[in-house]
Design a protein. Structure first.
Length: 379
């Protein structure tokens, strides 16, 4: 008997997870994005020490169960970050509330993550075809997440220059929805190329100078999920700032399944210059990205959930490092109680500092001026 699977929403992770579920013969259930009322309910049942992603994930899971899901995929693993152990607490809370479901934990052991429960209830369980489907489903999922990452990078590069930024955002959203309906490799490849071309050809205002760039670093959930970070990339684009963010759903799954070590080895070695021991969570990557983006961007935004200990700790290193480099730095510790007015005021002040730094660098004697933006900004 096939399963009705769901998981917590982290950005657009469900677009890839849906493909894996279908490849294994299961049904995918999309959770509804929680509102403040849903989050208030989870706060009452959540331990006091748990961070914002814990409550977001709980609200997503409850929504999925209400929509008919019978199997919940949790993200676990090893490490100092509490998020790796949250799945145990979440399961216990849900069971005490009388929720019935089958739990499946995705951890750093990718083989066990794709077998076990997913195989036992698959209609292909007793077929040799299951191994092929497992391999194909996983890499199709990763391919979709990589496509979304590259589309988002193109959107961030063109949106501040666009004549109608809302249309560029809407085009990206439509492409992601269309991608969710494609499960064949050739279709994914064709859609990727068409979508990239469509985003690159967005009509731009050619009278604009090259705009300042801001790098976004921090905890994955806070950086990837737009409802969590209050659509901060879109807000910055409206303020005439180009956003650079190396974090994505693809990077998140690469970290969870331990695929990132080979590709990130050199970056992590540089980050260890800051630490005698790993700080847990995404802190090493935050330090590495602060080094890289601090050298090429006009400002750094550091996003993380309220009470996130790894990011709070690494901030004590990143902030003085960027201050010594004369790079504007702003951190946001986010939860459902983050005030809109205070958030907006701090972001606008930061944007002013970034623009001032950009003008100062351009007007410095001997600096090369960039009078007019290219017809299509470089990606």
């Amino acid at each position: 008997m096939s399963l009705r699977i769901s998981t917590s929403q982290i950005g657009r992770l469900g677009v890839g997870m849906r493909t894996l579920a279908h490849e294994l013969g299961h049904e995918w259930v999309d959770p509804r994005r929680p509102g403040l009322v849903d989050l208030a309910k989870t706060r009452r049942s959540s331990p006091e020490y748990c961070c914002f992603p814990f409550r977001l994930a709980m609200a997503d899971i409850i929504s999925a169960l209400d929509n008919g899901a019978d199997t919940i995929v949790f993200f676990g693993g090893k490490g100092i970050c509490r998020l790796a152990m949250y799945q145990t607490v979440q399961q216990e809370i849900l069971r005490r509330e009388g929720r019935r479901f089958l739990p499946h934990v995705v951890s750093n052991d990718i083989r066990s993550s794709l077998y076990g429960l997913l195989r036992d209830h698959s209609p292909y369980a007793r077929s040799m075809d299951y191994h092929r489907r497992t391999f194909a489903g996983f890499w199709k999922m990763m391919a979709k997440l990589k496509v979304i990452e590259r589309w988002r990078r193109a959107l961030y590069a063109v949106r501040p220059y666009a004549r109608r930024p809302a249309e560029a955002t809407a085009a990206f959203e439509e492409l992601v929805q269309e991608l969710a309906r494609h499960d064949d490799v050739l279709g994914i490849g064709r859609l990727y190329r068409r979508g990239l071309e469509q985003l690159e050809q967005t009509p731009v205002d050619t009278s604009r100078r090259a705009l300042p760039r801001v790098g976004i670093i921090g905890e994955s959930y806070a950086c990837i999920d737009e409802s969590t970070n209050r659509n901060i990339a879109r807000r910055l684009a409206d303020m005439g700032i180009e956003v650079v963010s190396p974090l994505s759903e693809f990077k998140f799954m690469s970290v969870v399944t331990r695929l990132y070590y080979k590709t990130e080895a050199a970056r992590l070695r540089r980050a260890r210059l800051f630490f005698k021991a790993p700080g847990g969570g995404d802190s090493l990557l935050s330090a590495a990205y602060a080094q890289e983006l601090g050298a090429s961007c006009d400002g750094i935004l550091h996003l993380y959930p309220f009470t996130c200990l790894p990011e709070t700790s690494v901030r004590q290193v990143i902030e003085p490092y960027l201050e010594a480099k004369d790079v504007p730095y702003l951190h946001f510790n986010l939860d459902e109680q983050t005030g809109h007015e205070g958030f907006t005021t701090r972001l606008e002040t930061f944007a002013d500092l970034v623009h001032m730094r950009r003008r100062r660098r351009i007007e410095k004697p001997g600096a090369v001026r960039c009078e007019v933006a290219q017809t299509r900004p470089p990606l």
